[in-house]
Design a protein around this ligand. Sequence first.
Ligand code: ADE
Length: 239
Amino acid sequence: MQYKRIAILMAMEQEALPIIEYYKLKKTAFFNPVVIYSNKDESIVLSLNGKSTEFGIDNIGSQAGTLNAYITIQNYSPDIIVNCGTAGGFSNKDTEIGDVFISNSRIIYHDRRISLPGGYTEYGIGFYKTINSDFIAKKLQLKQGLISTGDAFDLNEYDLKVMQENNVDVKEMEAAGIAWVCQLYNIDFTALKAITDFVDKPHKTGEDFLKNLNYASKRLKNKAVELIDYLSTDNSSAA
Ligand code: ADE
């Protein structure tokens, strides 16, 4: 599959800057609150969640990711959406700070507790589709993992239980919202996440995140560039 237009969806400007600089993307549009960067022929569109005008910070979380995905699909009709960002990992899974994971099989939510019969519990978890990443992970030497989304930066006992039951490798705050919109509109989806902190160790999540954000963002950029190059090339004879 060769993707002609690839949209990279990201939450925080600081995470995105290395990718924007590498491709020399220009700020080309604003659809409140989403900020669009693109190259000349718009074969690469990078859409940021934008800023909260109330708090002067980047919009983060599944709400902002969902809106970003909808706006990007409506305005650019990408062939695939790649959600790039940073995330929490699990130290008991042989993960290291700066490791970059690509999603495999499904994206779930770990904090949508709906204890009602008739499918609501499963609906809450979501199980959204992603493209098969087996070949890509091997070729680009990426870790493959199950990515789980929640709207809290920390986690509670229930979140951890859902993550353990589903053998989650990566905890972050946007992918499931974006994957849902992609599933609705039949757009291919994958996610690439670089680890900044461990969620299964007693630690100060925010401090570790801030300390490792630049390092992880650079590692993310290196792998994102390899992934975008791979997805925009005709690989039909390879996979
Ligand atoms: N992004 C980076 N670290 C994270 C964590 N521990 N939880 C959610 N999102 C994150």
